[in-house]
Design a protein around this ligand. Structure first.
Ligand SMILES: [Cu+2]
Length: 290
């Protein structure tokens, strides 16, 4: 037993040393091609990665291992923020993305929306469990309720996902699946009170998101949408999170602690045909948790 412990300690020390070297390396080569350098391998559970946001920056790692990743996203506020993850294909970098975003119209084909935690109210934490392949990614905040989109104020940075070996974490077991369609939400079954894991699958042709809102007692989702348009007075609901934009065919997970009351799911993403937000096409749904 004793010798096993010693070996464990030595292995642990090597792992710590490797991590230190690797984080230095990651800073110096922020947008370099993925490397197999020794970031710890995946575990049998989703790896938890904590990110926080404030006006107007993300506090997030530069590099993480590939695999099933449970992002916990704390909004330190005071504004509303989300964390949209974009995969940058064809060797493109965050600088290429920055240049592309200066041009009007839809993003280039090498930008792939891979979800991420949607916006929690200031002081709250949201989450998203995402399967990440190695490659270059960007973390971006598109929230523009208070003026220009936040990425223009600094909320855009790179995330390098490096290859990892080891155990493959199985997908979470969902309580309910919510299917995204053009333009509606379909529930596999009603959401019950308590901490629930929701699988979100996009079967639409377009990109979609879920912004989950707990409505204030007596308020409806149309009260909330009216408030969003002007942002005057106290909000008739509280954003809790959900899943940021995902492309067609993709699935992702989030969890939330549901209490009795009314909730809403809203898609704010622009339509690829007319540019209007999807809620204007009917992609907004109220539901009740008993
Ligand atoms: Cu949508």
């Amino acid at each position: 037993m004793a010798s096993v412990k010693i070996i464990g300690l030595v292995v642990g020390a090597v792992a710590v040393a490797t991590l230190v070297v690797n984080s230095t390396f990651a800073e110096d080569t922020r947008y370099a091609a993925p490397t197999t350098a020794s970031v710890p391998g995946p575990t049998a559970k989703a790896r938890v990665v904590r990110v926080s946001a404030e006006d107007f920056k993300f506090d997030a790692p530069d590099a993480i291992p590939a695999g099933l990743t449970d992002f916990r996203f704390l909004n330190k506020g005071p504004a509303l923020h989300h964390m949209q993850i974009l995969k940058l294909e064809s060797g493109k970098t965050v600088d290429d993305l920055r240049a592309a975003l200066r041009k009007p119209g839809p993003p280039p084909a090498w930008v792939k929306e891979v979800g991420g935690p949607n916006a929690p109210a200031p002081g709250l934490e949201s989450n998203a469990t995402v399967m990440l392949e190695p490659g270059n990614y960007a973390l971006i905040c598109f929230v523009d309720l208070d003026g220009p989109p936040h990425f223009m104020k600094g909320m855009l940075q790179g995330l390098r996902v490096v290859p990892a070996t080891g155990l493959v974490a199985p997908d979470p077991t969902p309580d309910v699946t919510v299917t995204l369609l053009d333009y509606s939400y379909k529930f596999s079954s009603p959401i019950q009170k308590g901490l629930r894991t929701i699988r979100v699958t996009n079967e639409g042709v377009q990109h979609h998101e879920i912004e989950l809102v707990k409505l204030a007692p007596g308020a409806s989702v149309s009260d909330f949408m009216k408030w969003i348009a002007k942002m005057e007075g106290p909000p008739p609901g509280k954003p809790l999170g959900g899943i940021s934009g995902i492309g067609t065919g993709m699935s992702e997970y989030f969890s939330a602690d549901f209490t009795a009351g009314n909730y809403a799911l809203i898609c704010f993403l622009p339509d690829t045909k007319d540019g209007k937000p999807h809620f204007a096409h009917g992609m907004v749904q109220q539901f009740t948790v008993n």
